[in-house]
Design a protein around this ligand. Structure first.
Ligand SMILES: Cc1ncc(COP(=O)(O)O)c(C=O)c1O
Length: 440
């Protein structure tokens, strides 16, 4: 288990007595980042837009943040990292940037367990946008097993064919908790034979990493995926920054998503031609979320420090490169901690016969959340009851609307508890026993 006693001291929200068990939506911000924000405003200035010392210092910190983010997921360099407002915008960026590459008769394969952020953009592409240009592209959905919560790989395989340009899958479901087998998904996409404009014969793979990047080791080179999207507000940073990892050779060829501002090569605008900036700035139109970017990268550094030893800052505010062995160890500790918490939640909630728990029974197959429904009480009534008992949860479809309909839940809703590095077994026990109180 992580040293939660030490970690918890750094979170004002926890010191205020909150039992925070809605972390799959957003996590809390530690005091180190709040203090850093105050320090940063002394040199507050725009990036790439000034010769003042403040602008140069801020630019350096901003650019270095891309290196930290790249190192964290083992991306080759900052050129692979594009920052947006959130994971949803990052996925939309892939959709809009690839839009002109789709050919009549192509398809996109995604799954019934997606967050709407990784389904609705593809729905929009296939049903709203491309038909206006006379291009028919199908969006196909792979099933999952209702009992086990596991993705049906055979069904996924049967949907992928030589007209599948892209396979899009969630890394871990924010409703079922299921961690998807990314290597198997990649192998299925590789075998499709789709002829990409580069001459490669395979489907691209986009992984929605919103529920995996904050919780476990993700090595994009080992997974060999093409795109990975996630958000920093689920891993200690404040709201406002999401990331897209993309393979450099794809990003170089892709159309920009947003046009204007920093994405233009210096001075290269004429009525005839506009040349685009080099990566990653080609995808950074307009003034970016500068402070948010710096805080997001420092959140990564702090997360690793908290997991390795919360008494010591090896990476936070240091210029050092993140060592692969430390990232591996830290993320393994976080995963093990979360599995212990979710195992405890499954044990207690599983002892309540009126509850249906969704997703895998085995905590090692899940990320750190548990969603459930109750035969006698609406999820909203449970969540409101929990709130009265001081326990924070979430009721609703959690934007996993397809999956809630898949179970024919009416209303399409469940109640969800989700944990992060500052939660301990006591939080889990209090939250689960509060559920018992609410359903009785
Ligand atoms: C699996 C998954 N994908 C995508 C998102 C969307 O993230 P954001 O709101 O940062 O765009 C979430 C957020 O809950 C999520 O859990």
């Amino acid at each position: 288990m992580l040293r939660t006693k030490k970690i918890r001291k750094f979170f004002p929200a926890i010191k205020a007595g909150r039992i925070i068990s809605n972390n799959a939506a957003s996590t809390q911000v530690p005091v180190q980042l709040l203090d850093l924000l105050k320090k940063l405003v002394v040199q507050y200035d725009n990036v790439h837009r000034g010769q003042s010392r403040s602008s140069l210092i801020t630019t350096e910190k901003f650019e270095a943040s891309y290196d930290t983010i790249a190192q964290f997921i083992n991306a080759p360099s900052r050129k692979n990292i594009i920052l947006f407002r959130n994971a949803t915008e990052a996925i939309n960026a892939v959709m809009y940037s690839l839009l002109t590459e789709f050919k009549d008769g192509d398809n996109v394969v995604t799954t019934f367990m997606e967050h709407n952020s990784n389904y609705v953009p593809w729905y929009g592409l296939c049903k709203e946008i491309l038909p206006k240009f006379g291009v028919k592209v199908e969006c196909r959905l792979a099933k999952f097993n209702k009992e086990t919560g596991e993705l049906d790989l055979e069904h996924l395989k049967s949907l992928v064919d030589k007209r599948t340009k892209l396979v899009c899958a969630v890394g871990a479901s924010n409703f079922l908790g299921t961690i998807n087998p990314l290597k198997e998904i990649k192998a299925i996409a590789d075998a499709s034979g789709y002829l990409q404009p580069s001459g490669e014969a395979r489907s691209y793979v986009l992984i929605d990493g919103a529920q995996i990047v904050p919780n476990m080791l993700i090595d994009v080179r080992e997974l060999d995926i093409d795109f990975l999207a996630w958000s920093f507000h689920k891993m200690l940073a404040p709201f406002g920054v999401g990331a897209l990892y993309g393979k450099e050779e794809l990003l170089v060829k892709m159309k920009p998503f947003l046009y204007g501002g920093d994405m233009i090569a210096e001075g290269q605008v004429s009525p005839e031609k506009v040349a685009f900036n080099s990566l990653p700035w080609k995808f950074t139109a307009g003034t970016p979320n500068i402070l948010g970017t710096i805080l997001s990268a420092q959140a990564i550094r702090l997360l690793i420090d908290f997991a390795l030893d919360p008494r010591r800052h090896k990476y936070f505010l240091a210029d050092n490169k993140l060592e692969a062995a430390d990232i591996k160890k830290a993320m393994a500790e976080i995963k093990a901690h979360e599995q212990a918490l979710v195992g405890e939640a499954l044990k207690i909630l599983g002892s309540m016969p009126s509850l249906t728990i969704f997703g895998p029974k085995d905590p090692t197959r899940r990320t750190s959340l548990v969603a459930f429904s109750c035969q006698d009480k609406s999820p909203f009534a449970i969540a409101e009851g929990l709130s009265k008992l001081g326990v924070e949860s979430r009721a609703g479809c959690h934007c996993a609307t397809l999956a809630h309909h898949y179970y024919k839940l009416n209303p399409p809703a469940s109640c969800r508890l989700s944990f992060y590095i500052y939660n301990d077994l006591e939080d889990v026990d209090r939250a689960c026993w509060a559920v018992k109180k609410c359903i009785n």
